[in-house]
Design a protein around this ligand. Structure first.
Ligand SMILES: [Zn+2]
Length: 274
């Protein structure tokens, strides 16, 4: 099973906002998303990264326009989801599954591009999105206009998936494809319903921990940023236990990949030869 990650955009943030004890200098963060070639499910997207829909789309509400003006993400044209699919000879209609790790804009921006896809996501978190007013959703970092109108009818909830117990070297998870190849691991703290993906069958098990932290150093060196990062967290008290779970996975020999860490990894798509 081939797994690649691509960088949809760059976003800059002062290091001290994302790393306890960090400096004032700005760090250029990636905004990764993944593409899995699953033997039965075919090509599967893991989120969509930033796409023009969240940044310049006409259907955006006032708050989403404000949010993108504030963060100023810089789209990476060469690794936008449609360009990367094309590199693999795929069109958006070839995507039958999009795994949605959580509902923040940089993860769901391009969902509407995939007309034939089912969405694997937290059905519990989706039920809460539906129960909240638009204004309440904004406080949870959810811009409802980014969901396709038929999102719910295409939603395949995590709660229906088989649970796999924790092992000494791997956390518990939900078996996404019924073959143990990809487990959804709960990562509470950052966003409502956030889960990561554990690829346990690789030579070195890999856990894509999405936004459990922005920087790998914050996780490894136990330097979780305080205020104001805690202010935007869904559940600030859960961030440390989630970090501890990831550190024990690392200590058991696993590898952790984050969405936003700037350092290139062996899982990132190689730049296209000029
Ligand atoms: Zn997020």
């Amino acid at each position: 099973m081939r797994i690649v990650f691509a960088n949809s955009a760059w976003v800059s943030a002062a290091e001290r906002l994302i790393l306890r004890g960090g400096g004032w200098q700005s760090v250029r963060l990636r905004v990764r998303y993944g593409l899995i070639f699953h033997p039965a499910a075919g090509p599967v997207l893991v989120d969509t990264g930033y796409t023009p829909e969240a940044l310049v789309g006409k259907g955006r509400g006032r708050m989403l326009r404000f949010y993108s003006a504030l963060l100023k993400p810089e789209l990476n044209a060469a690794e936008q989801v449609l360009a990367v699919l094309k590199r693999f000879g795929l069109s958006p209609d070839d995507i039958r599954t999009v795994v949605v790790t959580h509902f923040h804009a940089d993860h769901i921006s391009g969902l509407a591009l995939f007309r034939n896809a089912r969405f694997i996501a937290s059905d519990a978190a989706w039920a809460r999105v539906k129960a909240r007013s638009p204004r309440q959703n904004l406080r949870h970092g959810v811009f409802a206009e980014l969901f396709p109108a038929d999102f719910e009818s295409r939603l395949e909830g995590l709660s229906a998936k088989r649970r796999v117990e924790a092992r000494e070297d791997a956390p518990a998870g939900a078996d996404l494809f019924g073959d143990g190849s990809v487990l959804a691991v709960d990562l509470p703290g950052h966003a409502d319903g956030q889960f990561g993906l554990l690829f346990a069958g690789l030579d070195r098990p890999l856990l894509y921990a999405v936004d459990a932290q922005w920087l790998l150093a914050a996780l490894i060196q136990n330097r979780t940023p305080g205020f104001p990062a805690t202010l935007i967290a869904e559940d600030a008290a859960a961030i440390e236990p989630t970090g501890a779970k990831l550190r024990s996975f690392l200590a058991a020999g696993g590898e952790v990949l984050l969405c936003h860490d700037p350092a290139p990894t062996s899982h990132d798509l190689a730049p296209e030869a000029a």
